[in-house]
Ligand binder design. Structure first.
Ligand code: SAH
Ligand code: SF4
Ligand code: F3S
Length: 484
């Protein structure tokens, strides 16, 4: 969990660069090998599983060695400049592989593909295919096009595509935790953010396919699903199935609170997590639903970005400091045990020292369990890039970041120390990274717990663990009977 407070990382960059392994659908092997690598957030990672599904249907087999591949895909992120730099450096490495194997197809997928479109083909000569996040169904055709000697681009964004009918191929999975996309795109237009441009308009996936996917995961042994969207609180499905509206007593539409409840009802042993909540949209209804079901985890990621109302307005976040504090107070009131994490940007355009201090005081008020913290990185085409000068010197951005990272370390420790002596229900996810003598798993509140292996319990099972010690990132404890 130390990753969670490391500066300037996209949420899941800890998983960046992972090679993904999939098996071709039996009997369809086309003799070609695919290598796919993902960068960026959980949504991108989840999309790679959709891409894997589409290509395994076409008979592709995967390899974890790109030198051995016929097709290399890199699923990219544009959120900050350094995310793009990392991808460009990686492409240089692929260039060497391609020089040895001229028939190799190199494709750029995801947000950077959408942002740069055909320009990618001019800028990076080795790239053959550029495909945006809503065009993955077209991948087999695009590969055919490249095979016939042309370059291929499809960056059309869609208002409808949710890939609802595609069963993702679970990649590098532990068979216990899975991501499930419930919506795509974002309509919020935060002024610093490139996502609305790279992912297009917000659209919600139908609840039936979401529930089916979660139920299938549970039936095959998964014990935790994380429902994904850029703003899960604005999930809305307007054409409910008759049995949902009548049988469950809901109105005309399924909102996020309803969806959470539906997923929670699949089975009490299926843990439900979700990301990301938006302070302007998170309702008391959602909070009461979390409080009502033991298997909806007491953990909310609620990005604040800044603690100052003027900066929040420039960021176009559509809430102010008081509103955010009101939402935090509601969480503390309705779910007293809830862990809260956040995202913070330092050095946004015109941010003064005084305004930065309000971010610090917000951290002191909330005492976040953890935080992802970033220096502002101007993204071409965003509202902030058009309207405001990126006028805070890098050294000031960095100093502010260093200050809040240190403060967060302090609160991460305080929050974990408060757990010591308490018994937690932990879902065993596997062995600890450091030792095969220890298991690792997360508590309901998303804290990582490490504890000695007890052969009676296996990964995928819940155990009660008493927390005995901690670092800033991990609890350490011992299994204590009776286990649930
Ligand atoms: N949809 C999520 C955030 C997705 S991006 C939400 O609204 O909370 C993840 C985080 O990256 C953001 O919360 C923000 O803190 C950070 N981020 C986005 N654009 C950035 C930029 N231009 N510079 C620095 N950090 C940025
Ligand atoms: Fe970006 Fe804001 Fe949408 Fe999050 S809510 S993805 S920060 S525009
Ligand atoms: Fe990056 Fe795109 Fe996700 S820009 S953070 S991969 S939505």
């Amino acid at each position: 969990m130390i990753d969670l407070v490391i500066q300037d990382k996209t949420h899941d960059e800890s998983r960046q660069g992972e090679a993904l392994i999939l098996d071709p659908v039996a009997g369809k092997n086309n003799g070609r090998k695919l290598y796919i690598e993902s960068y960026g957030c959980a949504m991108n990672f989840s999309d790679s599983e959709i891409v894997a599904s589409i290509l395994s249907e076409k008979g592709f087999e995967t390899t974890s060695d790109y030198n051995n591949a016929d097709v290399i895909f890199i699923n990219t992120c544009s959120i900050r400049e350094n995310a793009e730099t990392r991808v460009r450096n990686r492409l240089k490495e692929f260039k060497v592989a391609k020089s040895k194997n001229p028939g190799m197809v190199v494709g750029v997928l995801g947000c950077m593909a959408e942002r740069l479109k055909a320009k990618f083909l001019e800028e990076e000569k080795l790239v053959d295919v550029v495909v945006g996040p809503d065009a993955y169904r077209d991948l087999p055709n695009l590969i055919d096009q490249v095979d016939s000697g042309q370059k291929a681009v499809n960056v059309l964004l869609s208002r409808e595509e949710t890939y609802a009918d595609i069963s993702p191929v679970r990649l590098n999975s532990n068979g216990i935790n899975a991501f499930v996309s419930i919506m795509r795109g974002c309509d919020n237009m935060c002024s610093f953010c490139v996502v609305p441009f790279t992912r297009g308009r917000e659209r919600s996936r139908d609840p039936f396919s979401i529930i089916k996917e979660c139920r299938d995961l549970f039936d095959t042994g998964y014990r935790e699903v994380t429902l994904l969207g850029q703003n899960v609180d604005s999930y809305k499905w307007a054409q409910p199935h008759p049995t949902l509206s009548k049988g469950e007593g809901w109105g005309e539409a399924v909102n996020f609170a309803n969806l959470l409840e539906l997923v929670a009802l699949i089975h009490p042993d299926l843990r439900v997590r979700f990301s990301t909540s938006h302070p302007k949209d998170i309702t008391d209804d959602v909070l009461y639903t979390i409080a009502k079901y033991d298997n909806i985890c007491n953990y909310i990621h609620l990005p604040v970005q800044s603690g100052n109302s003027r900066v929040l307005e420039l960021m176009n976040r559509t809430y102010d400091r008081e509103w955010y504090i009101n939402r935090i107070d509601a969480i503390r009131r309705i779910i007293p045990e809830c862990a809260i994490s956040t995202d913070i940007i330092t050095g946004f355009c015109t941010e003064t020292d005084e305004e930065h201090k309000e971010t610090v005081s917000m951290m002191e008020y909330v005492q976040y369990d953890f935080a992802y913290m970033f220096m502002y990185s101007e993204r071409p085409g965003t509202l902030a890039a058009k309207r405001y000068a990126d006028d805070i010197p890098e050294a000031v951005k960095a100093a502010r970041l260093t200050e809040i990272v240190a403060l967060q370390q302090k609160y991460s420790l305080v929050r974990l120390q408060a757990q010591i002596g308490k018994v937690q229900k932990v879902l065993i996810e596997g062995f600890s990274k450091k030792s095969k003598n220890d298991y690792a798993g997360r508590t309901d509140q998303n804290a990582m717990m490490v504890f000695p292996v007890d052969e009676r319990y296996k990964p995928g099972q819940y155990v009660n663990v008493i927390a005995e010690r901690c670092t800033t990132a991990t609890l350490m404890g011992t299994i204590c009977p009776p286990t649930p």
